[in-house]
Design a binder for this molecule. Sequence first.
Ligand SMILES: Cc1ncc(COP(=O)(O)O)c(C=O)c1O
Length: 300
Amino acid sequence: MTPVVRLESGPLKDDGIIPTGTFKARGMAVAVSKAEDLGLAKLAVQSAGNAGAALACYAALGGLAARVFMPTETPQSILECAWYGAEVILVDGNIGDAGARMRTKMDGYFDMSTLKEPYRLEGKKTMGYEIAEQTGFELPEAIVYPTGGGTGLLGMWKAFDELENLGLIGSERPTMFSVQSEACAPIVDAFSPGKETPDADFPDGVTAAVGLRVPRPFAGRQMLSVLRESKGGAVSVSDPEILAGMRALAGEGVLACPEGAASLAAHRKLLREGNIAKDEKVLLYNTGTGQVPRPRPASP
Ligand SMILES: Cc1ncc(COP(=O)(O)O)c(C=O)c1O
């Protein structure tokens, strides 16, 4: 259970305190446990960094082998993976390029990548369960949440459906706002013109929010469908806005990751443009910590 911190900008659910520093551990804790249960011994993932570190951590706990393919731009996670004993394979490019490389080198490893195996999503549902519990089962009117591959968004949505089936909440849902970086915003690009899926050849773009650098999300269709069903939307923010968001959150005692700070920047934009009203009950989501590792030996 991560806290909902009351900030001047509104309540912020802070996943920065989670093991391995990001909400990716929610999914991998469950997925690796299930993989072990099902007799898998070797797990591989393509990752912008944080999912790789989470896989490496839980694989280490379960005594399973982990192989992580990640872009060269994620030095912090590379070290984390190495300390957990995972094999790291660096790839020039984005997470999609890392995935393409992975598929040429499976060697009996099981593919744990976003929404290609079912249990990471089950772990991400805890985000929705916790939000419901922390709001006394009266969900916020809107949730502003950073999205790359979309597991968090889809996980929360699934959790809300389950809670309704259990009779714990009604049929009302928060409007879900997907936050992306202006440098790489395939969901924003597809949302307004009403496209069913993001462009298959959407161009890559580099951003400080590396977890949002997913130009061709595997589950783009499902993400767009959740946003529309919730009557929410998709919004992009620039890197300077993301960094200003980090500074603002730090000023209120939360050292957030750029992806999480993008939520704050997006909320400001949604207010400015009248897509969220000032008196609306909004929950912002910080998906990870902005803490940099303390000095330690350069390699395990
Ligand atoms: C810190 C952080 N926030 C948000 C995201 C986006 O999450 P998702 O891919 O589940 O949409 C990522 C993905 O790597 C991330 O690392």
